[in-house]
Design a protein around this ligand. Structure first.
Ligand code: CP
Ligand code: NVA
Length: 334
């Protein structure tokens, strides 16, 4: 039997604090159940006649395809809309587009630049709106990360996640809060210039304290990762920040995740995994890595037994499905 909290019905997700800690963990549990159900060959109809608009201002492989298949698996539909396709923000304001799409669709997933755009869509559409990544946050990514940790270690308890890289990007911001909410110790290894925003850090620290864990920031990655169970990284240059490429590479080269850093956890023989939201630069096969010669993770770590990045990426689909089902399904206890 699938179960989810009634309180999630009709809810938007702007950032992880849109949900209570319990709601967030409940959603991860629902995703676990939906994953098992799909593996058993069941394609249900929990989203029968539900239509979801996917407004994307930035590129995506995982979020886009996860959303489409999540809806389709359960009898619903998703329409992919990019800026050049619709009048959004050009001939028509975000507010008007929100009011139009809200009358046609049952929900909207937005990926783009400004967090404010996502919030405006939620304010005026009258349907649930989910943040599929903005410059500030990437909340749906964290559901998949938590599910991956839970299924690999069997629990979220007694876990330390060390994020190594750009400490103030969307993934890092959401991961910091996700750890705090889940009672996971969060360590951020990042140069001073890229330390988390003070306000976001203070907000996450308050939640972490409530849940009996702490957040620590280190300049020195070798010191920071000691005792960590998860090493996590992301690209050094996020979408929209391409002009900062040279500066970032210079700043973040010492923060590459390689086998030496994995060893510095002291957990090579114990509980240890590598996570990355993907896409990742881990070899020299892409145009970008070829040009810059910069990798945030070495190939031997990416391809190692510690790497759970493809489980994590699969889990994007199961967790996004959980988000859609809990917000839109008309039935209870199926
Ligand atoms: N991790 C993630 O959001 O991937 P995409 O950019 O491919 O959606
Ligand atoms: N920080 C990255 C995440 C991609 C999923 C970006 O915003 O480009």
């Amino acid at each position: 039997m699938l179960t989810w909290m009634d309180s999630l019905k009709g809810r938007s997700l702007m950032r992880l604090t849109s949900f209570t800690d319990e709601e967030m963990l409940n959603l991860v549990e629902l995703a676990e159940q939906l994953k098992a159900r799909r593996k058993a060959g069941v394609r249900g109809d929990l989203l029968h006649r539900k239509n979801i608009a996917l407004i994307f201002e930035k590129s995506s492989t995982r979020t886009r395809n996860s959303s489409i298949i999540a809806a389709r698996d359960e009898g619903g539909g998703a329409e992919y809309l990019t800026r050049p396709d619709i009048h959004f923000g050009k001939k028509e304001s975000v507010k008007d587009t929100a009011r139009v799409l809200g009358r046609i669709y049952d929900g909207i997933l937005f990926r783009g630049f400004a967090q404010k755009t996502c919030e405006e869509l939620a304010e005026y559409s009258g349907v649930p709106v989910w943040n599929g990544l903005t410059d500030d946050y990437h909340p749906t990514q964290i559901f998949a990360d938590l599910l991956t940790v839970k299924e690999t270690f069997g629990t979220l308890e007694n876990c330390t996640i060390a994020y190594v890289g750009d400490g103030r990007n969307n993934v890092a911001n959401s991961l910091m809060m996700g750890c705090a909410k889940a009672g996971i110790r969060y360590v951020c290894c990042t140069p001073k210039k890229l330390w988390p925003d003070e306000e976001k850090l203070a907000e996450a620290e308050a939640v972490a304290r409530k849940n009996g864990v702490d957040i620590r920031i280190f300049d020195d990655p070798v010191k920071g990762v000691k005792g960590a169970n998860v090493l996590y990284t992301d690209v050094w240059v996020s979408m929209g920040e391409e002009s900062k490429t040279a500066e970032r590479i210079a700043l973040l080269r010492p923060y590459q995740i390689n086998m030496e850093l994995m060893r510095a956890t002291g957990n090579l023989e114990g509980r240890l995994m590598f996570l990355h939201c993907l896409p990742a630069f881990h070899d020299f096969n892409t145009e970008a890595t070829y040009k810059t010669g910069a990798l945030e993770v070495t190939d031997d770590v990416f391809e190692s037994k510690y790497s759970k990045v493809f489980d994590e990426s699969e889990n994007r689909m199961h967790t996004i499905k959980a988000l859609f089902v809990s917000a839109l399904c008309d039935r209870e206890g199926v």
